[in-house]
Design a protein around this ligand. Structure first.
Ligand code: ACO
Length: 406
């Protein structure tokens, strides 16, 4: 436990023992007080607060504050936090031109991660991990600028002009306006859409040592700055086994629909482990029970789709797949349940986001969690540079062979 575990690990390393744990199935890389998961019971809490309470009663900015600073804010703290973020929503004008260099058909994830990495070049007064004021400034800048960057990546992809942020709006409203609005035209934010998106961001805000958060910690452990560490996390998130699953789920549902909507046939292919065929949005390394976030998203999908009048045939296909899976031995034996991203794509699509923006929305949500972990790591005196060991399986020593003799 804690430092005892670190001492034991060091003792074993000194005696020549190395633990091989591919995929870190049972290896803790750190101790953390941010997020608690009980995968068997389907429990998720941020700083002790159950996810359903936060999703039902809180806001994304409040939850961001909670994750990063450890406590729910008072009204005065929340007002101050909100104002500081609003002051930093603009992007440097030169950084705006950065987007011109990308092809219009580029996936927005590398565009977003590159722009976030470029913050290190434009905001050099907030790069020092050992200076709390600089870390705080980088924190506020990231929370403020990622929605602007995400909206600009979208605008670039559809060839529309960028909008400056309107700081009279909330973070989510501002993002929706910068994404779907046009300069000099009024944009009415649908309050129900804004509320649903805010809630989805809360559900994605942290999930302890997942692949992208572990990446943020590993990059940051070399004392790399916060912007560049978060950029690493965004890249890790893009993979279809992680955040990219929300895009992959919709593509899978589209494919099933195009082939006549036969869920049973698709499930047969999954169970036969046909190359490349998985039930995307199902399964989780930690949850061996229903992902509590998925339950909330499923309910929201029904509400949002009904409200937006989006009679989505894909929702019926998704529910059909879930029904088959929950009563099928293959899934029962392996404890495979829907994860957070099984139903999110349907909501994002009904809101008007193209499939390729889905993982960007995940990144917007996960940002406060990444920041909280990076900061916690730097505040922990036990932190060392991340440097896993390996079990070497290559050649023993052999002599160099001259090119002419090979
Ligand atoms: N469809 C079909 N079979 C699956 C699925 C799935 N979605 N997920 C796991 N399995 C099977 C595996 O083939 C394996 O079977 P086996 O024991 O016969 O070999 C068994 O269940 C255990 O799966 P692992 O891959 O060993 O589990 P792991 O913990 O390494 O992977 C992961 C977890 C990556 C999430 C996996 O379940 C998966 O690929 N799911 C689909 C992608 C996805 O939805 N990712 C999002 C995860 S949540 C998030 O990041 C937001």
């Amino acid at each position: 436990e804690g430092n005892d575990g670190i001492a034991l690990g060091k003792l074993l390393a000194d005696t020549g023992y190395v633990t091989l744990d591919s995929g870190f199935v049972n290896t803790a890389s750190c101790s953390s007080a941010i997020t608690y998961i009980d995968g068997d019971q389907g429990i998720l809490r941020y700083r002790g607060y159950p996810i359903d309470q936060l999703a039902g009663k809180s806001t994304f900015l409040e939850v961001s504050y909670l994750l990063i600073y450890g406590e729910l804010p008072t009204q005065a703290q929340l007002d101050d936090f909100t104002t500081r973020i609003q002051r930093h929503t603009l992007l440097h004008e030169d950084l705006k031109r950065f987007f011109d260099g990308f092809p219009r058909n580029a996936h927005p994830m590398p565009v977003v991660s590159s722009a976030v990495n470029a913050l290190s070049a434009y905001y050099q007064d907030s790069l020092d991990p050992s200076d709390p004021e600089q870390v705080e400034l980088a924190t506020i800048r990231l929370l403020a600028k990622l929605p602007t960057i995400a909206a600009y990546a979208y605008k670039k992809s559809v060839g529309q002009p960028f909008l400056y942020p309107d700081n009279s709006l909330s973070l989510v409203e501002n993002f929706l306006r910068m994404t779907f609005g046009f300069p000099a035209e009024p944009y009415e934010v649908d309050p129900e859409v804004a509320k649903a998106l805010d809630m989805l961001l809360i559900l994605h805000a942290d999930h302890e040592q997942n692949c992208s958060t572990s990446t943020v910690r590993l990059v940051g452990s070399s004392n790399a700055n916060l912007f560049t560490s978060i950029s690493g996390g965004i890249n890790a998130l893009w993979g279809p086994l992680h955040g990219g699953a929300n895009q992959a789920v919709l593509e899978m549902l589209d494919e099933i629909k195009a082939q006549g909507g036969d869920t049973k046939d698709f499930m047969k292919r999954v169970k036969n482990k046909e190359a490349g065929v998985k039930l995307m949005g199902f399964g989780h390394r930690v949850y061996k029970n229903y992902d509590p976030r998925a339950a909330i998203v499923k309910k929201t999908a029904d509400q949002v789709l009904a409200k937006l009048g989006a009679n989505d045939e894909l929702l019926d296909i998704a529910k059909g797949l879930e029904e088959v899976a929950l009563s099928d031995d293959y899934f029962i034996e392996r404890k495979l349940y829907p994860n957070v991203d099984f139903y999110t794509g349907l909501i994002y699509r009904a809101m008007g986001f193209p499939t390729r923006m889905f993982t960007v929305l995940f990144a917007l949500g996960r940002l406060p969690g990444w920041i909280a972990h990076w900061r916690e790591m730097h505040e922990d005196p036990a932190t060392k540079i991340g440097r896993p060991r390996q079990i070497y399986t290559g050649y023993t020593e052999r002599n160099f062979v001259d090119l002419s003799a090979r």
